[in-house]
Design a protein around this ligand. Structure first.
Ligand SMILES: CC(C)(COP(=O)(O)OP(=O)(O)OC[C@H]1O[C@@H](n2cnc3c(N)ncnc32)[C@H](O)[C@@H]1OP(=O)(O)O)[C@@H](O)C(=O)NCCC(=O)NCCS
Length: 175
């Protein structure tokens, strides 16, 4: 998959968001207020403050889907992982999917899954240089969202509880 960092007017499929791309989300329809506020402003601040880097699926003028990545960690006890080491870390190093959304009129066409595939590819590349064992997401506790992540190879962490707003889910990068 080519990763382009050229101007947003080019025809690249994947594009790394820059802080100068203020108008790029015009026409992007969010499902919830949280994401709406994020793409309006915070997405650029996250970039500037090194809190998260966003990748866009943008085959033409319109952004179809985006994913924001950062580093994170998860308690080892929450994962079904056998670690044959004598010093077991309490926290497992992770690459975190901070946000992921597809514009509303483009749901269920595989765009979100493409962003997961990109996140996996980047996480594998990063983990060659700096240890990261899992791709982690705090998924909204909604059957459609959980189904989306399960379809893309994630499983819920042990710490999931009925009634929680979010369910941590992970994909083992070595599996
Ligand atoms: C989750 C999200 C990114 C999926 O994007 P997408 O481009 O539709 O993803 P894909 O087309 O690759 O996968 C769709 C899968 O998600 C699940 N899904 C999504 N919407 C669904 C719906 N309305 N009903 C049932 N399943 C649904 C299904 O598993 C579906 O697979 P299927 O179409 O083969 O049945 C999108 O729904 C979204 O932006 N939601 C709002 C933001 C959000 O909640 N993000 C996740 C936060 S953790």
């Amino acid at each position: 998959m080519p990763l382009e960092t050229e101007k947003p007017t080019d025809t690249s499929i994947f594009y790394t968001l820059k802080s100068s791309d203020r108008k790029i989300f015009i026409g992007f329809e969010c499902e919830n207020k949280d994401d709406e506020e994020f793409v309006k402003d915070d997405i650029f601040k996250y970039r500037d403050l090194q809190l998260g880097v966003t990748y866009l699926l943008k085959p033409s003028e319109k952004v179809l889907s985006f994913v924001t990545l950062a580093t994170g960690s998860i308690d080892l006890k929450d994962l079904k992982l056998d670690l044959p080491v004598s010093e077991r870390p309490t926290k497992m190093p992770a690459i975190l999917i901070g946000r992921l959304a597809t514009t509303k009129d483009q749901y269920r066409r595989g765009h979100g899954s493409k962003m997961i595939a990109l996140a996996v590819k980047l996480a594998l590349e990063m983990s060659e240089k700096i240890g990261a064992r899992v791709l982690l997401v705090h998924a909204r506790n909604d059957p459609k969202i959980i189904a989306f992540y399960v379809k893309n190879g994630f499983e819920p962490c042990y710490s999931q509880r009925v009634g929680r707003d979010v369910i941590p889910m992970y994909l083992d990068l070595l599996a």
